[in-house]
Design a protein around this ligand. Sequence first.
Ligand SMILES: *Cc1c(COP(=O)(O)O)cnc(C)c1O
Length: 384
Amino acid sequence: MHYQEDLIFTPGPTATDPRVQEAMAGCRLNPDFDSRFTEIYSETAAKLGRIMGTQNPVLILAGEGMLGLEASIASLVEPGEKVLCLANGLFGKGLADFVQSYGGKPILVEKDWRKPITVDDLDEILGQNPGINLATMVHCETPTGILNPLEEICPYLSEKGIISIVDAVASIGGDRVNADQNKMDVILGGSQKALSAPPGLSFLSLSPRAWEKIEKRKEPFRGFYLNLKVWQDTWLKKGTFPYTQPAPDIAALGVACEIALENWPWVLENHEQLAAAVRGSLLTNGLELYPLSNFASTVSAFFIPGGISDNSFRQHLWEQYRVQIGGSLGPLDGLIWRLGHMGYNSDSGRIFRTLTALDRAFSEFKFNTNLAVSFAQQLKEQNK
Ligand SMILES: *Cc1c(COP(=O)(O)O)cnc(C)c1O
């Protein structure tokens, strides 16, 4: 059996819509000289602002998600400063490492990776560590598919005067973020996850309070590429760019945002319904989900069935059926798999084809499933 198109179901980079690919290939303007680029940049930033639910200005940075993360931490964390770091997964821990490498003192809030971090987990530690002004956290922990309840955590932190830095790379465009309503101070995303643009861009917005913290640093951050102050002094104040921008990448991201906004906010409900049907199908077929609750709508993680070898199965799935699913990272490598049903892949037909391929590959590994049929039944039940 051969599909016409590869089915890239990893939780980012994801498959891209042909319209996004065309926008990228068709963008030949010179970003330094052609004023149309300024329009593309500001329109794309405005669309990202709508998708994230923020009125604050949005910056698009020329590097993938990690750049936005590192730039916000480098710009906001002062040497010696205590920073609350919420860590129930690999990315949450990674943020604490960034804090440390920029001279901050991470105060870790750790939790079983199968459970969300909640407001209850914060009270005691904040009581023991007075004077904290900054916290880092991850909305969707992509390696596990858990979605932390930031709609409770960020307002709680905000009330205590703590600035939140939110890695929403894997939720923006697929799960509700509502940055302003939920009092997220710094929120950042990446192009290659639920917006389904090619990898290579990061975007972020900062609240006035976060900008103020950068301005009032005792010791200015000396770097250039990671320094958000540089963006404030150029683009935000003068409408110029600090360096040449990757015009084709930004044009592609603009079209990806337009596609999401065409059906906004239905896109979010659709992600939610398809994700619920995927989980229902996995459970019906005896597979075990990794998170115990708070499931993301963008990625589903489940335990690899006993006796199946991670690498040989995924290689078979790719070579035989042109389907890619994600393994996991760090301590979960070889233990769980992940399906990225986000952005362009939040489509029942594409998910059905992926699950059909999984059924066939599973049967070739002597494990019988009916994932595709169960998925279709779950969707039918939802629409009753
Ligand atoms: C993808 C992702 C990033 C960016 O990391 P890369 O794997 O290098 O693309 C950051 N945070 C989260 C939660 C992500 O899912």
